[in-house]
Design a protein around this ligand. Structure first.
Ligand SMILES: Nc1ncnc2c1ncn2[C@@H]1O[C@H](COP(=O)(O)OP(=O)(O)OP(=O)(O)O)[C@@H](O)[C@H]1O
Ligand SMILES: [Mg+2]
Length: 312
């Protein structure tokens, strides 16, 4: 199974407002709640693509049933350690007239040392059954910045490859364990490594330098509407942003990680790995709202993704 870890799941509360007035009283037109989390999203896409995910992490005793229901309804196996408190809320205010989303994300309530130990024991039980480990997203207060490093080191002791999709200190610390693949976006690359260049060849060069400096083998850089690139120590490939009809941007990065999982398990070459990543991302982009890529979307997009080498 592909083990995905979500340490800070949330409930996305999306409210649609005709014209957001900061400081005023805003009338909500529609409202919905979606329990979510990056590793959970990766698990959902993997399941829809026909792979066998298993979702773990830390949930909250107060409303764990919300997250359980999402995974149970899809028949995705899961086992989360239940910490005290409630799943954090991410408030998303969609302004219909301007077509923009304002987001207010909670940090999550603190996790105690005992609760973290509880999760680590659960993780240690699940890990030996994994063929691939996916570490993604933020962590709540109380979880140390080197958590992904700790989990990666455990995975590597079993020879299990690791994909890391995190930002800031979690990324910087996590890559010290040399995960198999990291997937930053442009902001995360700038924040973690101070990369400010924008020209594709220079970006690829900067990515290769990071791989060399931290002794990593593969970096997939996602660039939103500008597409993506995949860099190894010896080659780099890019795909321009495709003119896909974007109906929902949520989960594009998580879908990309699911595509990378399939490619890695399949032993794909770097160009094919990039194709699989972008096909899964595009499959989610054209789905409305929070819906994510289905297998038919993935198979339709896969042969259409144009990739070309970048000379390093
Ligand atoms: N507006 C867009 N038009 C075309 N392709 C897009 C667009 N947005 C995203 N993509 C595709 O999806 C991939 C992943 O998107 P993005 O770079 O936004 O990931 P991310 O920042 O990690 O997202 P997330 O917020 O889900 O973590 C991109 O590399 C690109 O291939
Ligand atoms: Mg992302």
């Amino acid at each position: 199974m592909i083990l995905t870890v979500t340490l800070n799941p949330c409930v996305d509360h999306t409210a649609e407002i005709d014209h957001l007035i900061p400081g005023g009283t805003n009338h909500v037109l529609t409202s919905r709640q979606d329990p979510s989390g990056k590793g959970v999203n990766v698990g959902i896409v993997l399941h829809q693509l026909g792979a066998n995910p298993f979702c773990t992490g830390i949930t909250r005793q107060g409303n764990a049933d919300l997250l359980d229901a999402v995974l149970d309804s899809r028949e995705i196996p899961h086992d989360f350690f239940p910490a005290a408190g409630q799943l954090r809320t991410n408030l998303k205010l969609f302004d219909r007239s301007r077509g923009v989303m304002t987001e207010c994300n909670e940090k999550g309530s603190p996790v105690t040392a005992e609760e973290l130990d509880g999760f680590l024991s659960l993780f240690a039980r699940l890990l030996p059954q994994a063929e691939l480990l996916v570490l993604s997203g933020s962590v709540p207060p109380g979880v140390p910045d080197d958590i992904y490093r700790t989990l990666s080191v455990s995975a590597q002791s079993f020879g299990i490859p690791v994909i890391l999709d995190a930002s800031g200190p979690l990324l910087r610390e996590g890559l010290l364990a040399h995960p198999t693949l990291i997937k930053p976006n442009l902001d995360e690359l700038r924040e973690a490594f101070g990369v400010t260049v924008s020209e594709k060849q220079k970006l690829a060069g900067a990515c290769r330098k990071i791989l060399q400096e931290y002794d990593l083998s593969c970096l997939c850089l996602s660039m939103g509407e500008q597409g993506a690139m995949l860099v190894t120590q010896t080659e780099a490939w890019e795909t321009p942003g495709s003119p896909v009809e974007v109906r929902g941007v949520q989960g594009a990065g998580d879908s990309m990680v699911a595509g990378l999982c399939l490619g890695l398990l399949h032993g794909d070459s770097p160009d094919k790995l990039l194709r699989a990543a972008v096909a899964a991302a595009q499959g989610s982009l054209e789905k409305p709202g929070t819906l994510l890529c289905e297998r038919s979307d993935f198979e339709r997009f896969l042969p259409q993704i144009p990739v070309q080498p970048i000379t390093l």
